[in-house]
Design a protein. Structure first.
Length: 142
């Protein structure tokens, strides 16, 4: 069982302000987020990765929850969670935008991939599109 890293610092990058919050538990190569109900599957080369929740500040568009995935203190990609209203505003805005993944109820899921990373993790960065393809929303249990 691996527990993701938890940072309590504020990091400034690309105009967004990130506040690290809680770490999620990772079991085997499947990540399951119980709060938002999604699953990702990671290849064996991602053994030892971490995940951490954070809040993204979109300026005038408000904030959104996000989950970062990466190694050590580097985030390689994230899954962000938006309201439908906020997502519509993000799509209409200028500048870089996360890519749509799907929706569940009132939540829109999207992802972004880091542009800067430690070169020793090139193989893992190349595998991110395959990991994103495994994104699945859990069926709610009644």
């Amino acid at each position: 069982m691996i527990v993701g890293l938890l940072l309590s610092a504020i990091i400034v990058s690309g105009g967004f302000y990130y506040i690290q919050t809680q770490a999620e538990e990772v079991v085997n190569s499947t990540y399951e987020n119980s709060e938002y109900g999604f699953i990702l599957t990671f290849p064996d080369s991602w053994e030892g990765y971490g995940s951490a929740g954070r809040i993204l500040d979109w300026g005038d568009l408000g904030t959104s929850d996000s989950v970062d995935f990466g190694f050590e203190e580097d985030s390689f990609f994230n899954i962000s969670i938006h309201s439908k209203t906020q997502w519509t505003q993000i799509e209409a805005s200028d500048g870089p935008r996360p890519q749509y993944l799907g929706e569940n109820g009132n939540c829109i899921f999207a992802y972004s991939i880091a542009q800067d990373y430690n070169q020793q993790y090139g193989q893992q960065m190349d595998q991110i599109p395959n990991i994103i393809e495994t994104f699945a929303l859990k069926t709610p249990t009644l």
